[in-house]
Design a protein around this ligand. Sequence first.
Ligand code: HGY
Ligand code: MN
Ligand code: MN
Length: 416
Amino acid sequence: MSASPTVSPAAAATFRRCWADLEPVGREADGTYRRLAWTQEDLTLRAWFRAELATRALVEHVDRAGNIWGWWGDPDADGPGIATGSHLDSVPGGGAYDGPLGVVAALAAVDELRAQGFTPHRPIAVVCFSDEEGGRFGIACVGSRVLTGALEPARALALTDDAGTALSQALEDARVQGDDSAPAPEACGPDRQALGRVARFVEVHVEQGLSQEASGDPLAVGTAIWPHGRWRVTINGTGNHAGTTALEDRDDPVIGLAEFVLAVRRSARQHEARATVGRVLVEPGGTNVIASRATAWLDIRAVRTESIEAVLADLAFAEPVRESWTAGVDFDDAVVTDLATATHQLGLDAPRLGTGAGHDAGILSQAGIPSAMIFVRNPTGISHAVGEGAREEDCLAAVAVLARALAQWSSARAAR
Ligand code: HGY
Ligand code: MN
Ligand code: MN
């Protein structure tokens, strides 16, 4: 395999410095990251991103959903333009790369183009989407879904976190703490103007799996996102004393929860789906108390929607309530082809990969913006947990390919 493409010293320095800036923010003692939407960690990251835009004289536009765009050139005069970026929020116990890699790669790609003396004829934007993970309020891609109209603002604003704080309150709190990029709840909603500025979107993302490590491919081109959804299951019981209640007198919802979780695994295996119960709530939660209620959140994904429907049919006994649904996405062929070509021109052959992970690129694609992704090899394949990672050499290769694609797409007024 030929040597990986790389970037100018300036762009490599940007990558390293940005990574060093981000590394301590929201890092927990066990090495995972807790950067939940609109918490202090997120506000710190958002302020950091805005400063990075200002450093590069990228003109800041914050859309009505709180996503932050930095434009090189004027998209309202010379657009629509080309956008690239990702998110900075994490899941609880998250890794360092999921999201930030795409944001830092975008900033480094701008620096790479400037180091090459490139001047875009079409505007280029670096974007940081808000609340992609849904780690606090329970629905993924809130920023891009509200932006595109895929999520009603009223529903989004009413979402609450485990402490019962509504998103609307979290936005108000962020504004009080000085983050004027947090939309006022009453102004939060779709933003056709912001969306109309974007002709194409590409997201660099750490691979969330081991296929590239196994195949020895530093980069891959993301071609599709599997359909996936989230459901909530509530099992009611009768609270009682753990020591004085005979087993035959119990109505313990945790037993039902255990049976449900095992049924999920059986059905997922039968229907070739990936179904997960990663979050449960047992109330009231006393060690010496038989619970009165158990709640489980179910995440189901599969290559085919029919597989998800089959799993849901098996689990109908538990009456799952849908909280979010994302139809499968096939990314734009022309964007995929251009990314694969740019990679090849830089000496690498990039396999084309579908993914079971959701991304803002998928939401923008569903809103009609031609999009695709560049996946960076992850030596552990782990994501959403400690151990998530990528080699710097592979990250810089992604920056080189991203810069080349941005240059190609912004060199002339190409078709959308
Ligand atoms: O859940 C997902 O697939 C993404 O990480 N938000
Ligand atoms: Mn992500
Ligand atoms: Mn993620």
